[in-house]
Design a protein around this ligand. Structure first.
Ligand code: ATP
Ligand code: MG
Length: 159
């Protein structure tokens, strides 16, 4: 269904507001002019966003920042990104990050909980919507995950 992007991002932030307050993490939302709605299965995209924000929370120290951004990209697509200024991911691990059960080194993952499925599920969902998902990270600087969604219903999918 057609969903307001700003509204959706505000709702995700709301769902995590308690956890964010506890960790003194400051969320910010930037919406580029001209971004309005995107076409999606709302429950599925909520699942994607919940995983991205919970990853950002897990791997960002107290007092950190999480930024949501939505902008228009070509071909009637919207790009949504979730950016943190947390611990980041070593370059050598980046190419496997979307694999099932893949988690960056056990030592740091052990006390964090999780199964390593979140990003692989996110990628499946985004691809089923005709979009793509990418992750950029700089060790010690932070991580940005960006995914795209169509603004309009795409031929035949009925999402
Ligand atoms: P699950 O999502 O199933 O609870 P998970 O969060 O460990 O478990 P993914 O969401 O697939 O699994 O993430 C895979 C791995 O990528 C994580 O274990 C973590 O090492 C790394 N990672 C993901 N997001 C971030 C981030 N924002 N900052 C640093 N590392 C990250
Ligand atoms: Mg996760």
């Amino acid at each position: 269904q057609s969903t307001g992007v700003l509204e959706m991002l505000e709702e995700v932030v709301d769902r995590f507001s308690f956890q964010m307050q506890e960790k003194e993490i400051h969320p910010e939302i930037f919406i580029e002019d001209g971004v309005d709605t995107a076409w999606m299965d709302r429950d599925q995209i909520d699942q994607v966003l919940d995983n991205l924000i919970s990853n950002a929370m897990k791997y960002t120290p107290e007092g950190g920042k999480i930024t949501f951004e939505a902008r228009r990209v070509d071909d009637g697509m919207i790009a949504i990104s979730v950016k943190d200024n947390g611990i980041g991911i070593p370059k050598r691990n980046l190419d496997r990050i979307f694999e099932r059960f893949y988690r960056v080194d056990k030592a740091r993952a052990r006390n964090m909980g999780g199964t390593g499925l979140g990003l692989s599920i996110a990628r499946e969902i985004v691809r089923a919507h005709g979009g793509a998902i990418t992750l950029d990270s700089e060790l010690g600087e932070g991580t940005t995950v960006t995914f795209t969604l169509p603004t309009q219903e795409q031929g035949g999918e009925g999402k």
